[in-house]
Ligand binder design. Structure first.
Ligand code: COA
Length: 178
């Protein structure tokens, strides 16, 4: 399997993977919107290939802390998609690891995700609410564990707290229900 950054010419591959993985258009449309959203930059869009076929996609977009001048660099993982025939073979995990390595090289300090609390902790994420970070829209108490963070630079989590402001196209309540 190869993982590489998706280019503009890969848009149809990216949207195909998103649509096929989720079984509906919502995430594909969100990705399309985010890829042309200036407030999502810098973003990182990675495609996984097997035998020259795109089988997985991950997107990270820029985020910030609301109402602060903090220079902590923040990224948000959403969405992650793997074609049904290729799920449970580690593709998603490799996309997460590769993405985190590239973000770390780009000096990103914190990465957030709203996702499955049994899945993302395998790749270093931990509940974010108890560490002082609120999601752009309130996460119901019973889903609190789904809002997660990990630091890519030592001490980043302890250096700041507050509410995350995401890219404009992600800034809709419907995207913040787990
Ligand atoms: C969630 C997803 C990205 C995981 O990718 P993956 O390549 O299958 O994941 P990995 O192989 O790295 O990890 C496997 C783990 O993911 C979970 N998982 C993967 N596919 C699953 C499925 N179809 N149903 C339930 N759990 C699943 C399981 O916990 C599994 O662990 P296990 O095999 O030990 O039970 C992929 O299943 C997918 O695209 N699902 C549809 C889209 C989606 O729900 N995305 C959520 C993120 S926004």
């Amino acid at each position: 399997m190869d993982i590489r950054e998706a280019t503009e010419a890969d848009l149809s591959k990216v949207l195909f993977v998103e649509q096929a993985a989720f079984g509906h258009e919502e995430e594909a449309n969100l990705v399309k919107d985010l890829l042309s959203d200036a407030s999502a930059n810098p973003s990182l869009s990675l495609l996984a290939f097997a035998d020259n076929q795109a089988i997985g996609h991950i997107l990270f977009t820029a985020a910030r802390l609301q109402g602060t001048q903090s220079d902590v660099s923040i990224s948000l993982l959403a969405p992650l998609a793997v074609l049904p025939d290729y799920q449970r073979q580690g593709v998603g995990g490799q996309l997460i690891k590769e993405g985190l390595a590239r973000l770390s090289a780009a000096h990103v300090d914190l990465v957030f995700v709203l996702g499955h609390p049994d899945y993302y902790p395998r790749y270093g994420f931990n509940p974010a609410g108890v560490q002082g970070f609120q999601a752009p829209y309130p996460i119901p108490k019973q889903d609190a564990g789904a809002w997660m963070v990990q630091e890519l630079s030592a001490g980043a989590i302890d250096s700041v707290s507050g509410t995350i402001q995401c890219a404009k196209m992600l800034d809709k309540a419907e995207y913040w229900r787990e």
